[in-house]
Design a protein around this ligand. Sequence first.
Ligand code: SF4
Length: 443
Amino acid sequence: MDNGHSSARKLVKLQEQEEPPGRGCPAASLVSLLHPSKKHHTKTGAERKAQERQKRTRALVKVSKRTREFMGQFYQEISLAEWTDWRWQLHNSIRTAESLERFITLSDDERKALSRKRSSLPMRITPYYLSLLDPLNPAQALRRAVVPTCAEFLQNPGEKRDPLAEDSHSPVPGLVHRYPDRVLFLATTSCLVCCRYCTRSRAVGNPAEYKLNMAQWEKALAYIEAHNEVRDVLLSGGDPLELPDESLEWLLARLHRIKHVEIVRFGTKAPAVMPQRITTSLTRILKRFHPLWMSLHFTHPEEITSEVAEACERLADAGIPLGSQTVLLQGINDNVETLKQLFTGLLKIRVRPYYLYQCDPILGSAHFRTPVEKGLEIIAGLRGHTTGYAVPSFVIDAPEGGGKIPLLPEYVTGREGSDLLLRNYEGKEFRYPDLACLPARKE
Ligand code: SF4
């Protein structure tokens, strides 16, 4: 009898064995899109099959003008069906200096960083995300977030390989149990892009050391089954949406069967860096396992494109509440205007800004980290100045596994008698008669 394990093994194998997708239907190719007068040739069997699959697994419909221009410049031979196929995006990710140089002019610093043999984190950029990078400006926010520079090889006091001490809060490999009623389930070490400031850079792209295979999944599931207090499982990695649908479906079904697991959450950057991943077949699967929540990693307003809007709309329409997580990064998003644009833009695509993180002190992160004061200044510049929903909680994930600690600008300025002295967003002073300090009433 198949207890699910052998089929699950096959499913995990899928991610290792995925074949490069076949050529898509030329009728939808960019060439014919740009030159509509060109006649289509009769479809082959393989092309018809690809088209049928496309229909069943409806890929994104919207392709922005910017993407079309980028494809016209660099991917003329690629059909829109291929471009919007997430597996094509995955298999054609940019991982080397040579391939990156086909698209952007590398600075001396970037080239030097890419030529250095040992970096804790490999480079990986999807063709879609590459289309958002400025080919000439190494200081562009999105480019700095994903293209290595030499600064990441400099180590500073206080920096650590595992600053949040996740490994030491790991009862079984691939599972972090730090808070009383919830666990972090590291489903994979692979990511769709490698963010240069990644807290988990020690594990991302390091499958040799962090072997997250089916045997580990089973151990992690057994741990959850044995711990009744775990009511919330956060699937993260790496990026769990890097896994094939079949693996996700299997994992969600297993978690769903554990009675005390009340909710499952995903931590993912897929909608921002590979919106093509949000297919209708994925949302069909996700919908079956409610209550499901998602935290989407966004960095900068330039990530909000029409493709991303469509991906988020699909997730929201599938009934998944969407929150965002953003790391505060020096020279990338560390000012009120940029973050206001990001957070109000996220509300428009139905994502509620949830956390703004102080950047964790991983090795080689000094060039990304801001003084804590900067985050407080930004929150003060947002709170009251824009919709409350657009103001996330600013938190420090405390080193050594202390958990998230929220930080707020000073709104309470003191006490006078029973009055609490408060300052509002415009800097005006107010008094509130605090019941706790009033003299007891005589009957
Ligand atoms: S998406 Fe998250 S886990 Fe993946 S590299 Fe970026 S920060 Fe790390």
